[in-house]
Design a protein around this ligand. Structure first.
Ligand SMILES: [Fe+2]
Ligand SMILES: [Fe+2]
Length: 296
């Protein structure tokens, strides 16, 4: 009995805590129940890190997969940090697929990126021109027609919001503004001041003409993006969260432009004289400015 009590194995078991303290085991005892519990707990923790969040975190240290690279919808296929419409920030923060669908995100072709660059460049300079037109019209109009002050401020504020949005977009994607910005700045200010000088009706006719053209321009972009989205769906792809969000923003902005058009008509735009000459001339000027800004 005493021999069994004093055997090395018995001593080791009875003094295990003290021996562990003096010389910690690198290999856990196979007979130790607490050790088995720790292993079970470790296994459970391991299983918990196999959740989607854990898997996502574990993949962040690896090179991006093609799907992750494609998550940056506007990013070119190579050299994403320096491309003309690169989206480096989105490529590090966007999930590999659209959060609304599990479909892989479509990677834009060079033609599609060129279309978006041109369209967004026009949008940015167009919104700047709209701000300048209202800024030039407001003092003259409000002095003669104080009741128009809230309306002019409302439209100006919305244009300022549109301009801020497109500034953020072209800055994020490194799309250069049109080189014609100084020319359009002068032309828009002159247009706003001269139509307000002619009177309330002429100023409203100017708004009607400009908003008709810019509304058509936004409609075209929405149509093209929806066409891309439909083709993506046919291939089992998605347009990606960024472009889907852009479509929604374009629709919102287009609707606000058409609201301005309605305000202009409600405020006697069609009473301007000579109405046809004014509106057709301004619309032709807008179309020319859009055509040039897409290219220069
Ligand atoms: Fe606008
Ligand atoms: Fe507008």
């Amino acid at each position: 009995m005493s021999a069994r009590i004093l055997s090395p194995q018995t001593l080791a078991r009875s003094h295990a805590p003290l021996l562990d303290f003096l010389a910690p085991r690198t290999i856990p005892s196979r007979t130790s129940p607490p050790s088995r519990q720790r292993q079970q707990l470790r296994r459970r923790r391991h299983h918990s890190t196999a959740s989607p969040v854990g898997r996502e975190a574990s993949t962040q240290n690896h090179a991006p997969t093609p799907a992750q690279a494609a998550a940056s919808s506007l990013a070119p296929p190579t050299n994403a940090a320096t491309g003309p419409v690169s989206n480096a920030s989105a490529s590090t923060t966007s999930p590999p697929t659209s959060p609304r669908t599990t479909a892989p995100v479509h990677q834009l072709t060079p033609t599609q990126r060129a279309f978006l660059s041109s369209a967004l460049r026009v949008n940015q300079t167009g919104e700047l021109a709209a701000i300048l037109i209202y800024a030039a019209q407001s003092p003259l109009l409000v002095r003669k027609h104080p009741h128009l002050r809230p309306l002019m401020k409302h439209m100006y504020d919305q244009e300022a919001g549109h301009y801020a949005f497109f500034n953020r977009v072209i800055s994020k994607h490194r799309i250069r503004p049109t080189a014609m910005t100084p020319v359009w700045t002068a032309a828009a200010s002159l247009l706003g001041w001269s139509t307000a000088f002619l009177g309330r009706e002429a100023a409203m006719a100017c708004t009607e003409a400009v908003e008709t053209e810019i509304g058509t321009h936004y409609n075209e972009q929405v149509r093209v993006l929806l066409d891309w989205s439909a083709k993506c769906s046919e291939r089992g792809e998605s347009l990606g969260p960024e472009l889907e969000s852009l479509v929604a923003e374009l629709r919102r902005i287009r609707d606000e432009e058409l609201e301005h058009l309605d305000h202009a008509v409600e405020n006697d735009a069609k009473e301007a004289r000579p109405y046809e000459f004014l509106t057709e001339g301004i619309r032709a000027g807008c179309r020319g400015a859009i055509w040039v800004s897409e290219r220069v």
